[in-house]
Design a protein around this ligand. Structure first.
Ligand code: CP
Ligand code: NVA
Length: 308
């Protein structure tokens, strides 16, 4: 049975839109979908996908999730809609919410997502902004729970850019009481506002650590995680960031410093030999493709909670 959640007919713009219990509830529902223990019928419901940036996993996992629930999707991007022509977000939002039952939006500025949500009369889901990727974090913690059964005494070390994916890991990690260590070059730390929000949630504030030393950060870690050094929209920063992030590659040597049963995650897409080596992605410690699969189960759980 689905328990009522705050998500019913509400937005999911940030991990902070959920309580700890709601995160755990969604992970359980996602697990039930994965194990085919529940079936929900969203016949005649329509999910609108507005993607201002490229996507493989998020777009397809939402499309398949909605199809499996009996609903349908429409896929919009700036080049095939009037969004690219500059139609105001508030107009697009009001029109699409008269056609669709829920919208998943991937865009650049988080404030644009909030603007969509302000004008939409239907729930809006964050499918990634420059600030957060909350659906990804749910799939990540689902994968971690599958491996370790619970979140007690776990250490997750993120090595890389203190960007959207790291931000969502911090916020969701805070909700779940997981120790999160971020190791990044000087100047690439997560935003102060994210750290402050996480510290307000953590019962033990010592569980969040930001360092510039990947080696000390991975000592004893149960989960090593990385993401691209240059995100979508940062193509012109690639050369500088490749230099700045030297020494922050998750390679076999770094993995060997973590707990002996540690697993490795990456949200994908990856640049092999930059933030992570080919050897580590293909190693027995990698749960990267289980993690990608879990995107779909989490998306099903989210849609079910929002629409049924
Ligand atoms: N991890 C993730 O969001 O991948 P896509 O960019 O392919 O959606
Ligand atoms: N930080 C990456 C995540 C991709 C899923 C980006 O924003 O491009």
């Amino acid at each position: 049975m689905l328990q009522p959640t705050k998500l019913a007919n509400n937005n999911f713009l940030s991990s902070l839109d959920l309580s700890t219990d709601e995160v755990l509830n969604i992970l359980e529902i996602a697990n039930n979908f994965k194990n085919k223990k529940i079936s929900i019928n969203l016949k005649n419901k329509v999910l609108g996908l507005i993607f201002d940036k490229s996507s493989t996993r998020t777009r397809v996992s939402f499309q398949v999730a909605m199809t499996r629930l009996g609903g349908t999707t429409i896929d919009l991007n700036p080049s095939t809609s009037q969004i690219g022509r500059g139609e105001p977000l508030k107009d697009t939002a009001r029109v699409l919410s008269r056609y669709c039952d829920v919208l998943a939006i991937r865009t650049f500025n988080h404030s644009d997502l909030e603007e969509y949500a302000k004008w939409c009369s239907k729930p809006v889901i964050n499918a990634l902004t420059d600030s957060e990727h909350p659906c990804q974090a749910l799939a990540d913690f689902m994968t971690i729970k599958e491996e370790f059964s619970n979140f007690k005494n776990l250490i997750l070390t993120f090595v890389g850019d203190g960007n959207n994916v790291a931000n969502s890991l911090i916020l969701c990690g805070a909700l779940l009481g997981v120790e999160v260590r971020i190791a990044c070059p000087i100047g690439y730390e997560p935003k102060g506002s994210i750290i402050r929000k996480a510290l307000e949630i953590y019962e033990n504030r010592n569980l969040l650590k930001v360092t510039n030393d990947p080696y000390s950060a991975v000592l004893g870690a149960n989960v090593l995680y990385t993401d691209v050094w240059s995100s979508m929209g940062e193509e012109n920063k690639k050369e500088t960031k490749d230099k700045m992030f030297k020494g922050f590659t998750i390679d076999s040597n770094l993995v060997s410093k973590a707990d002996k049963d540690a697993i490795v995650l990456h949200c994908l897409p990856a640049y092999r030999s930059k933030e992570i080596t080919d050897e580590v992605i293909e190693s027995e410690k990698s749960r990267i493709f289980e993690q990608a699969e879990n995107r779909m189960h989490v998306q099903q759980a989210l849609l079910a909670c929002m629409l049924s």
